[in-house]
Ligand binder design. Structure first.
Ligand code: PGA
Length: 261
């Protein structure tokens, strides 16, 4: 069984539209397979997730490259209504957006995201035809208390509740230990692999068809960079990366993409 690798950049609250276009142009220039005749033949799927206001401009720029997708960083669960400041799945879909992140630890930490709202957002996105990257991961305190697996199990089971095996074709899970995000600390290759294997095993228990565990892509996130990507991406259960800081530098992001080839 082969899972196509996915290298995803989470730009967070960085890059105006003009800056985003400049960055995506630079990434394409670094990554010469884009737009050439052998466009993306053996490349991983490449995803960039800019802020909402930068999506349209980046999408227009990314369209010449068939392996390059654009995603949003959040979505609301309701179809429409009085939810000031929120964006619906249909609004994203209408633009041509293909992916959305749910449950990023910064949303959980700063914006009151819960396992339940992550699940609601995920289901709304799936219903609108978007693919979803659900983010899970333990905090440093939880890791020190040795409850990492219990936290991952709770987040994965809740996040995926009511989601069918068929819908799982459009789900990616990102394991992002919170203590590694933006800190320069990375999980060791072995620790990251162990967490990914735990999640894959959980999928085996949750879905009767082994196809779900076998086919679902699991990404590592948390200070992945040009220097450590190859080691992490070589692990059996790591199918790509969700990259923050290093995705803002075209050369680093391109190096990570190449490490996945
Ligand atoms: P980082 O962020 O690569 O800057 O640690 C990863 C993320 O938050 O998705």
């Amino acid at each position: 069984m082969s899972r196509r690798k996915l290298i995803a950049g989470n730009w967070k609250m960085n890059k105006t539209a003009a800056e985003g276009v400049a960055l995506i142009k630079e990434i394409k220039a670094q990554f010469t397979e884009c737009g050439s005749s052998k466009c993306c033949a053996n490349a991983p799927e490449i995803l960039v997730c800019p802020p909402f206001t930068t999506l349209a401009a980046v999408l227009a720029e990314a369209q010449g490259c068939s392996c390059m997708k654009v995603g949003a960083q959040n979505v609301h669960w309701a179809e429409k209504g009085a939810f000031t400041g929120e964006i619906s799945a249909a609004m994203l879909k209408e633009m041509g957006i293909e992916y959305v992140l749910t449950g990023h630890s910064e949303r959980r930490q700063y914006f009151g995201e819960t396992d339940e709202s992550v699940n609601q957002r995920t289901k709304a996105a799936l219903s609108a035809g978007l693919s979803v990257i659900i983010c899970v991961g333990e905090t440093e305190t939880e890791r020190n208390k040795q409850v990492t697996n219990a936290v991952l199990e709770r987040q994965v089971r809740w996040g995926l509740s009511d989601i069918t095996a068929e819908q799982m074709k459009n789900i990616v899970i990102a394991y992002e230990p919170v203590w590694a995000i933006g800190t320069g600390k990375t999980a060791s290759d072995a620790d990251a692999q162990a967490a990914h294997a735990f999640i894959r095993n959980l999928l085996k228990q949750m879905f009767s068809c082994p196809c779900v565990a076998d086919n679902t892509r699991l990404l590592y996130g948390g200070s992945m960079n040009a220097a450590n990507a190859a080691g992490l991406l070589a692990q059996a259960d790591i199918d790509g990366g969700l990259i923050g800081g290093a995705a803002l530098k075209a050369a680093d992001f391109a190096t990570i993409i190449r490490a996945a080839m």
